[in-house]
Design a protein around this ligand. Structure first.
Ligand SMILES: Cc1cc2nc3c(=O)[nH]c(=O)nc-3n(C[C@H](O)[C@H](O)[C@H](O)COP(=O)(O)O)c2cc1C
Length: 450
């Protein structure tokens, strides 16, 4: 059977997500991010193209590592201003029938009890189409804004996140038994108190004693996404993630990472093939190869090297303004914060300028460009060679990047039988090939009551 390619749009509730400078392009509409109709149009475009989900990134804090301040980020709208992604979801669910929503929510500044209810509410309102991208944040500026001097260390953040997950699993899976909600009008009993359990969690980092406030939602635990690639991040993914989001440009390297995540998941008693791996990518397609080349050349004129270095400085915890642009990156040493995608990589031989230039379109993600056939070939090559399941497609000019992809590339993928003609019924987890609820081998399912 031909392997189906999974597709998410990788986007953010802000002006510049991964393509700094491109907001200046005359056709770019990202400045409309405060307008709900812009989001509804985008969601409907994605559903027309049978995307699995709109994956909404989020960050707390500002990118103030570059030049030791937030000025460059503010000047270039680099992930600031940024609005809350969660609040978009109910409206977009109302405007669509099948599209899923992968919402990034940073657990470091949000207690499990209130957060669990927020996700259950979203799961109800979307009829089970919600996913959660579990992140702990990577900017010290967020910690300072929350009254701390700096964020916890890298591995400690994952340890805290493990404890957080146990607490929310208990609330989602263990508080209300199936069948606890009776709705018996005659007897005047809405819920059977004997089947609603008080959750007690005594973790190292979180303690709670209370009932989950929401009645059971279609998926209970939302579909879990995770995007860490360090050794500790991979261990976390192997335990919790149902969808793993990965970044990088080398097929061999990605294959190695994917292999390790699947192996670790198998060692933890989970089905390794049930983990859906998405690669971050950016696509500039054309009706012909020449049209794609012209479009790409036009886009490149708007890229901002400074904006790109603002992002890289924040991700890697290294101030790339601290040395002249022609300095090799290796000369700067590694920062205290692990990089997005280079945790285990050898020091980069490129100069700062080259790093900045390479990352202006789609944050340096693999570029899929050319005719529909070229792009489809490249996508199929990645899937086969790197053992990934699909792509989180970031945009260059929005919503143009998604409209082009849907109009130009999707028909070719469908013709090849590697992209669905229609959606499966059911929740996001079912649409991704699973059951409505967590599989029994998932650690969250152990907390099921009744
Ligand atoms: C493709 C990709 C997308 C990410 N998106 C977000 C995000 O939206 N918000 C966030 O706080 N962290 C995001 N992260 C950061 C990760 O959650 C993680 O903190 C980071 O990769 C460092 O973890 P690691 O050292 O285990 O790789 C993303 C990482 C990758 C690779």
């Amino acid at each position: 059977m031909v392997r189906q390619i999974r597709l998410n749009a990788f986007f953010m509730n802000c002006v510049v997500h991964q393509s700094p400078g491109l907001w200046r392009h005359p056709r770019d509409r990202t400045q409309d991010y405060t307008d709900i109709s812009y989001w509804v149009d985008l969601a409907r475009t994605l559903e027309r193209g049978r995307f699995d989900a709109l994956f909404l990134a989020d960050v707390l804090g500002v990118y103030d590592v570059y030049c030791g301040g937030a000025e460059a980020a503010l000047r270039g709208a680099v992930q600031v201003p940024v609005n809350d992604p969660v609040l978009l979801v109910p409206v977009l669910a109302y405007a669509t029938r099948h599209l899923g929503f992968g919402v990034t929510s940073i657990l470091s500044y949000d207690q499990p009890y209130a957060f669990a209810r927020r996700m259950s509410t979203l799961d109800h309102l979307t009829k089970g189409r919600v996913g959660w991208n579990v992140v702990t944040g990577y900017l010290d500026s967020a910690a300072r804004a929350a009254g701390r001097s700096r964020q916890d260390g890298h591995d400690l953040r994952y340890e805290i996140a493990d404890d957080y997950m146990e607490a929310v699993y208990k609330l989602w899976e263990g508080s209300w038994e199936d069948g606890a909600v009776i709705r018996d009008r005659e007897a005047g009993v809405f819920a059977d108190p004997a089947r609603v359990h008080r959750i007690r969690h005594e973790g190292r980092h979180f303690q709670l004693d209370g009932y989950h406030l929401s009645e059971p939602s279609p998926q209970r635990t939302p579909v879990l996404f995770q995007a860490g690639s360090s050794p500790r991040g991979r261990a976390f993914a192997a335990r919790h993630a149902e969808c793993v989001f990965i970044a990088g440009n080398s097929t061999a390297e990605i294959r190695r990472l994917v292999g390790e995540i699947r192996e670790r998941a198998a060692a933890a008693g989970r089905d390794p093939q049930a983990i859906t791996v998405f690669l971050s990518a950016v696509c500039v397609p054309g009706r012909t190869r020449g049209e794609a080349q012209d479009k790409l050349a036009d886009y490149r004129r708007y890229g901002s090297v400074e904006g790109s270095l603002v992002l890289q400085s924040g991700w890697q915890g290294v101030d790339f303004a601290a040395a002249p642009l022609d300095t090799p990156i290796a000369a700067l040493g590694r920062g205290s914060v692990e990089a997005h995608d280079r945790s285990d990589r050898p020091p980069d031989r490129r100069t700062i300028r080259e790093l900045g230039e390479a990352a202006t379109l789609g944050g340096g993600a693999p570029l899929l460009t050319g005719s529909a056939a070229d792009v489809a070939d490249e996508m199929q090559r990645w899937v086969e060679e790197a053992d990934i399941d699909g792509f989180n497609l970031t945009s260059v000019v929005a919503p143009e990047s998604y409209v082009d992809f849907v109009d130009i590339v999707v028909p070719e993928l469908q013709r090849r039988g590697v992209h669905k003609q229609d959606y499966r019924a059911g929740t996001l987890r079912e649409k991704l090939g699973g059951e409505a609820r967590l599989p029994p081998s998932h650690p969250g399912a152990r907390h099921r009551a009744g």
